[in-house]
Design a protein around this ligand. Structure first.
Ligand SMILES: [Zn+2]
Length: 135
């Protein structure tokens, strides 16, 4: 039970102890407690929702600071951040075309498949040689 609900439950207990009768004032008091009980329920629900949102925002902030770190690393130099730069390296491989000398990029999946790699610059087949100059 939430904090507000507890407070209203206490009021209800007091009202029961006072043996409030069915006269106009008694009805009013009971109706007020009933209304407060509903309000307390809504307030407690909102409080839980805010706590959930707060955790969610924390997660988003963490993600943002990761992205920020990554962007800084990209802007500064070719330094890698811990979070996502590895993924970029894995996805594309830099290959120098033996025919025209143009540097072209191939998807990792394309390299691993048996399909012939075609240089987009001169349209001749390229045999990929992975360059490890970043290490
Ligand atoms: Zn070429």
């Amino acid at each position: 039970m939430g904090y507000m609900k507890e407070k209203v439950a206490y009021l209800r207990g007091l009202a029961d102890g006072m043996e409030i009768g069915g006269d106009a004032q008694g009805k009013l008091l009971l109706a007020m407690i009933e209304t407060m009980d509903e309000m307390a329920g809504t307030i407690d629900e909102n409080e839980e929702a805010i706590i959930d949102l707060d955790e969610c925002i924390d997660d988003i902030c963490d993600e943002l600071s990761d992205i920020d770190e990554c962007l800084d690393a990209l802007i500064d130099d070719d330094d890698e951040c811990d979070c996502c730069c590895d993924d970029f390296d894995d996805d594309f491989v830099e290959v120098e075309c033996p025919h025209c000398g143009e540097t072209v990029y191939f998807d990792q999946d394309m390299l691993e498949s048996d399909e012939e790699l075609i240089c987009p610059n001169c349209n001749k087949p390229v045999i990929p040689t992975v360059q490890d100059d970043e290490e």
